[in-house]
Design a protein around this ligand. Structure first.
Ligand code: ATP
Ligand code: MG
Length: 522
């Protein structure tokens, strides 16, 4: 009976010649095996897998750009540049008549909508969607399967995906490709390269099936928090789309149009039963969640709904409304206050960037005593950042007169440079001009301009060099009420590619030498 089942599953499918041959051989073998023998079970399992794969079955793409725009708009507020990129991508596909051989990489901080955008791409095309995480994956067998001789052997994730999707051209999302591990069981990164590379994946070999499959029709969408740890050859093959963090107003809109209604639906609460005022929603965004994405915002809203459901239970007829007054009662005291920027002599606001998004990073400098000359650094600075601080100290010490300070300011001065918060590790050269400005401010005894922030590497001759993460940095600057930003001249091309809303309201200066920084900073 099993045999008939296996054969009937293949009806309407087109098996490649080699697969058909292999399948028939195994089926032949299976027919003569004793049902109790271990090999019976192994062969049965194998036939089960092979017969369930969607050989030759394809989903036809619906390349209707108007509809695609609608699908993307329905689930996502904002993200206009991201949507445009995806529509361009689909348009190219519509022009060629097929979407093949491309890999999309969505990169950005947690909770900004990468997974959700990926799902929408599948919906636009009306292709099945399958997602798995390669984060923490250490064994290449998870991608390529175990050999059949291995006890409990299974095909790899890609074969599992095809079986689930029931077509050979689904959208497969590989989550967290920047967090892939490596171990003695082989290198999953190279297995992944083999999987994604259009030249190699026409003949993808799964160890369990021991058959070649054509993965070239799959549309791969990968997600990552940073590009740093992605192997170069892999990155070269991808279309990279950046998602940056959201501004407070954007989060408010997302919460109002998407997250809040979804939370109500989840809890089975009618919209008329539970309302939240705009003012309260804004407060939640500003005082209870501070992150680049919206994940903790979503969790906080879920908490509000849960607490309200308890009240609704006692009297289902009542109508509740959450306003400003109810927030402390429901959520506790505010977790964040709009931070006052630290300002004053020796204090400068830098802009930093991590895989979690952008952040403002104040730098403080002070003279501890005047018995000896020295520099002390604190704030969990990495090696590169420490060197950068020493560089800043050398540069400023040797150019004091040039900038109108007493040439002897630091001759007998033990200077302490601190970058709060003390417990957060920081590294990289991008605070070079910030630390230099803090030191100069100290020597001049003059505070830098208010609401000013800066980022840029400095050289021993005062040249200002390019740094990364401009977009994230500008967004975090706006979150903190910064109005003026100094960037390296070398970053101008990156800057000009940014959408308007990322920097409107900010005055931007581009510096190629520290002389210019000084002019704008004081
Ligand atoms: P991670 O890196 O942690 O996997 P992610 O970028 O994949 O994060 P998602 O899971 O896609 O984040 O998004 C988190 C939640 O926020 C989802 O419920 C998603 O629908 C919602 N969301 C994110 N951005 C938007 C947006 N622009 N409009 C509407 N909803 C959004
Ligand atoms: Mg995700």
């Amino acid at each position: 009976a099993d045999m008939e089942e296996f054969e009937s599953r293949l009806k309407g499918k087109t098996l490649p010649e080699a697969v058909e041959k292999r399948f028939n051989e195994e089926l032949q073998k299976f027919s003569v095996l004793e049902s109790g023998s271990p090999e019976y079970a192994v062969t049965r399992n194998y036939l089960d897998w092979v017969s369930q794969l969607p050989w030759g079955l394809m989903s036809t793409d619906k390349l209707d750009l108007k509809k695609a725009r609608k699908v993307l708009d329905k689930d996502h507020d904002g993200l206009d540049d991201v949507k445009d990129r995806i529509l361009e991508f689909l348009a190219v596909g519509a022009f060629k008549g097929e979407i093949n051989g491309s890999i999309i990489l969505l990169v950005g901080p947690p909770g900004v909508g990468k997974t959700s955008i990926g799902k929408s791409i599948a919906q636009c095309l009306e292709r099945p969607f399958y997602r798995f995480s390669v984060g923490g994956m250490r064994d290449e067998a998870e991608i390529k399967g175990h050999r059949r001789t291995y006890i409990g052997a299974m095909p790899g994730k890609l074969v599992q995906a095809l079986k689930e999707a029931e077509v050979m051209n689904p959208v497969i999302m590989l989550d967290e490709i920047d967090k892939m591990g490596a171990s003695y069981q082989g290198d999953p990164a190279s297995a992944l390269l083999e999987t994604l590379d259009p030249e190699q994946n026409v003949n993808f070999l799964d160890h369990y099936l021991d058959l070649r499959l054509d993965l070239s029709k799959v549309l791969f969408v990968c997600t990552a928090n940073t590009l740093d740890s992605i192997p170069g050859p892999l990155l070269d093959r991808m279309d990279v789309i950046h998602l940056s963090g959201y501004l407070a107003e954007e989060k408010h809109a997302i919460a109002k149009h998407h997250l809040w209604p979804k939370q109500l639906d989840k809890a089975g609460v009618k919209r008329s039963q539970l309302k939240i005022t705009d003012a309260a929603l804004k407060r939640v965004v500003l005082d209870y969640c501070r992150e680049a994405g919206v994940r903790s915002l979503d969790k906080t809203l879920s908490k509000l709904v849960r607490k309200s459901v308890v009240k609704l239970l006692s009297d289902p007829e009542q109508k509740l409304s959450i306003g400003l007054k109810q927030l402390p009662e429901l959520l506790g005291p505010a977790k964040f206050r709009q931070e006052q920027l630290m300002q004053g002599v020796g204090i400068v606001t830098g802009l930093a960037w991590t895989s979690m998004g952008g952040a403002t990073l104040p730098v403080e400098a002070n003279v501890v005593h005047r018995q000896s000359r020295g520099l002390k650094l604190t704030g969990q600075l990495g090696d590169v950042m420490k060197e950068s601080a020493e560089l800043a100290f050398s540069y400023i010490s040797s150019n004091l007169e040039r900038y109108g300070a007493d040439a002897k300011s630091f001759d007998k001065a033990f200077v302490h440079l601190h970058v709060p918060e003390g417990a957060t590790p920081k590294d990289g050269p991008s605070a070079g001009i910030t630390m230099s400005t803090a030191l100069l401010s100290l020597a001049l005894g003059k505070a830098p301009k208010k609401n000013l922030a800066m980022t840029g590497e400095i050289t021993l001759n005062g040249h200002v060099l390019a740094v990364g993460g401009i977009r994230e940095k500008l967004i975090s600057a706006k979150r903190q009420n910064i109005t003026e930003v100094i960037l390296p001249e070398e970053c101008r091309p990156d800057f000009e590619e940014l959408p308007e809303y990322v920097h409107d309201g900010l005055t931007i200066h581009f510096a190629s030498h520290f002389d210019q920084v000084v002019k704008w900073a004081f």
